[in-house]
Design a protein around this ligand. Structure first.
Ligand code: GLP
Length: 272
């Protein structure tokens, strides 16, 4: 299903020379949000792409330049059947990389319990909790080689709630890199849905490396279509994309249309 481009809202695309600059710029955006709203509700993902941002965030927190202590952190995905103490848990990954080093109380974090006895009810609880928090201020997401984000794979409708989702073969393949060889990547995961994501006040999409170039070009230059979940992010009120030179190499008109822009202005809806 294709959607009229007139429905799109505000999208900024920033192209950085390299991954280090991508991470530094992403840190600027996250810190900008936290400075405006220290108790911001921030959804984070995992993977290689955001790891530079998280390293920079840890350093900034430890140097006292920013604080996550009062922020409400959400982990947007988890594998089905995986406990948070399992070494391959995505929430566990975020806990090690961000929450513990940045002194975020674990009790204030929101995550999808992969081992919940009723995963559908767990996803409903997650969405309700997001509602109770007053929605999400900032979503940090990354794009997959097939255009997915989170575990929202091609074909996901834009109003999809958080739910149990089947993982595409390419997602399982790329995630296998994080799994010990003897363990198979699950075929399903619990994921924050598009409805909650697209309602966020601010979305930051990161893309690094040439493997992501075709998906990013489809997401930004192609039609808004649920076959490319990343393209649906253009329906959000405020989308900022930060891509390194490699990931941006297939973007149309990049010389004239895109450029490095500062996008750390006031957060819509915060009144600041
Ligand atoms: C996590 C995310 C996926 C992402 C994957 C690989 O599992 N939930 O959305 O595709 O990591 O991410 P990256 O390509 O950044 O390593």
């Amino acid at each position: 299903m294709s959607v009229d481009a007139a429905e799109t809202r505000q999208t900024h695309v920033a192209i950085t020379l390299d991954y280090q600059r991508l991470s530094a710029f992403a840190l600027e955006v996250v810190c900008g949000v936290l400075r405006q709203k220290p108790d911001a509700v921030i959804s984070l993902t995992t993977g290689r792409t955001p790891s530079g941002l998280y390293r920079a965030l840890r350093q900034a927190c430890q140097a006292g330049q920013v604080s996550l202590a009062t922020a409400r952190i959400i982990c947007s995905e988890e594998y089905t059947g995986v406990t948070i103490d399992d070494p391959i848990s995505l929430f566990g990954w975020l806990r090690r990389d961000v929450l513990t080093p940045c002194d975020v109380p674990l009790t204030s974090a929101l995550y999808l319990a992969g081992d919940a006895p009723d995963p559908d009810a767990e996803c409903r609880r997650f969405d309700e909790q997001i509602g109770r928090l007053g929605g999400i201020d900032l979503v940090v997401q990354t794009i997959g080689v097939n255009g997915h984000f989170g575990f929202n794979e091609p074909g996901t409708p834009r109003d999809a709630p958080s739910r149990v989702a089947e993982l595409a073969p390419s997602t399982r393949e790329s995630n296998a890199a994080y799994w010990p060889e003897q363990r198979r990547v699950p075929t399903t995961g619990l994921t924050m849905g598009l409805r909650a994501t697209l309602s966020a006040r601010y979305i930051l999409l990161l893309a690094a490396g040439c493997a992501k170039a075709p998906a990013l070009a489809q997401a930004l230059d192609g039609p808004i279509d649920d076959q490319v979940p990343g393209s649906l992010l253009r329906l959000a009120p405020h989308l900022t994309v930060i891509a390194d030179a490699e990931a941006s190499q297939e973007l149309r008109l990049r010389e004239t249309v895109y450029g490095l822009r500062k996008c750390t202005g006031p957060l819509p809806g915060t009144g600041t």
